[in-house]
Write a protein that binds this ligand. Sequence first.
Ligand SMILES: [Mn+2]
Length: 229
Amino acid sequence: MINGRFIAIGDVHGCVDELATLIEKLEIKPEDQVIYLGDLVNRGPDSHGVISLARKTATVAIVGNHELRLLKYRQTGSNSALQANDRKTLRQLTSKDWKFIEQMVPYHYVPEIDTVFVHGGFLPLRAWENQPLAITANIQVLTSDGKPAKRKDFPNAPYWADFWPGPPFVVYGHTPRDEIYEKPQSIGIDTGCAGGGKLTAYCLPEKKIVQVPATRAYYPMNHLKSKNQ
Ligand SMILES: [Mn+2]
């Protein structure tokens, strides 16, 4: 028996105003479960503000590759992998924010709807449960020999989701597109808010999309057609 909704929220990337508007629009009820798909930080103006809002609304948050980079720095003290926008975020984060980031999980599976929520995705045609974060937080496309890869390194390679047979149904972010990417057994809901696209939420079981357009492009995203550069 399902009472509330399962509400997935795509990559927020510091877009605090758009997240606040989305939360308002969703009219979240106590029986709803809110699942953040990761990459709450970087690119947009206010990573701290986003985590503050997420802390108040999240049932669970999935770790994204951007949080993984921050966590690695925090754990090792090595700043060799840090990017410029990581440094800006690191200056914003409070100890409460870190506590939230440290509680982010690799994925979240909901048996009632046979659906798994993850940041990047899964390698198709093998068990999904034990795939490492190196894959699940990063995968976008598949190379011709079936390896996980970044879209920008293999711009003509097919998306992993094109080969995902399901079940389970997969709800994911990480790969920004102009529009959601819906397949029979998956949906990608990163619609590039920080690049001037929109912030997307996906509500199950009713399969409803709720979106908020970005106020502006905060960060250039080459693969988005609209409103950036
Ligand atoms: Mn990502």
